[in-house]
Design a binder for this molecule. Structure first.
Ligand SMILES: [Zn+2]
Length: 192
C-alpha cells in the first residue's frame, strides 16, 4: 500500500468513527452551487463555510465553464434545486502558466511530469509522448477577471440555464483566503 493510500484510508476510518451525516437528503440544503478550480490550496468547504449536504461544488482545472461543468450545473438546478451559482477562480492559478501550444508540445515530448522555472515549462525526458494533446482546448487563463467574466457569460447565455438563477463572479486570493468580487461578472450573471 502506498503512503498516500494508507493515509487516506486511515483518515477515512477516523471520519467514519465520528460520522453522523447518514440521513442527509440528496438535494443541497442551502440550494447553491460553486464552480471553482481544483487547486489544492482552495478548500471551498472552508472558504465558503460549507458542511456536508450544503451545496454542490464542481471543480476542474481553472474552475472553467467547460461543457462538462455546465452539464453538472444544469443537473444541479434541474434535478437538485440549486438557485444561486458562484464561479470562483483564484490568484496564482496554474492555468495562467501555459497555453494550448505549450501543453501540446510537453505531451508530445513525453508523459512524464514537466517542471517549471522562470523561463517556463520544461519536459524532463524525450520519448513516449503523444500528439493527442495538440487537439484539446485546455481552457487556460491569461487574466483572472476576464476568465471569470467569460465563464459567467458563457453559463448565462446557455439556453438550458434559467434567467432567474443569479451567477456571482469571484476571485479567491490564495495569499489572504478572501473572495474578491469581479463586479463585471456578477453584473453579467445577474438574474432577470
Ligand atoms: Zn487554479
Amino acid at each position: 500500500m502506498t503512503k498516500v493510500l494508507n493515509e487516506v484510508l486511515h483518515a477515512n476510518g477516523d471520519y467514519v468513527n465520528d460520522f453522523d451525516k447518514g440521513d442527509l437528503p440528496m438535494p443541497p440544503g442551502r440550494q447553491f452551487a460553486i464552480l471553482t478550480c481544483m487547486d489544492a490550496r482552495l478548500d471551498p468547504a472552508k472558504y465558503a463555510g460549507l458542511s456536508e449536504g450544503d451545496a454542490h461544488v464542481i471543480r476542474n482545472a481553472g474552475g472553467r465553464a467547460s461543457d462538462d461543468a455546465i452539464r453538472s450545473l444544469v443537473i444541479s438546478y434541474k434535478l437538485l434545486g440549486t438557485r444561486e451559482w458562484f464561479v470562483i477562480h483564484h490568484t496564482d492559478c496554474g492555468m495562467e502558466t501555459f497555453n494550448n501550444e505549450i501543453m501540446g508540445e510537453l505531451l508530445s515530448s513525453s508523459l512524464k511530469t514537466a517542471s517549471v522555472d522562470a523561463s517556463g515549462w520544461h519536459d524532463c525526458c524525450e520519448g513516449g509522448g503523444t500528439t493527442n494533446g495538440k487537439f484539446i482546448e485546455w481552457l487556460t487563463i491569461s487574466d483572472q477577471e476576464k476568465s471569470v467574466l467569460s465563464d459567467v457569460e458563457r453559463i448565462r447565455k446557455n439556453s438550458m440555464v434559467p434567467a432567474d438563477i443569479p451567477i456571482y463572479g469571484y476571485i479567491y486570493d490564495v495569499k489572504t483566503g478572501s473572495l474578491i468580487e469581479v463586479p463585471s461578472a456578477t453584473e453579467a450573471g445577474k438574474a432577470s
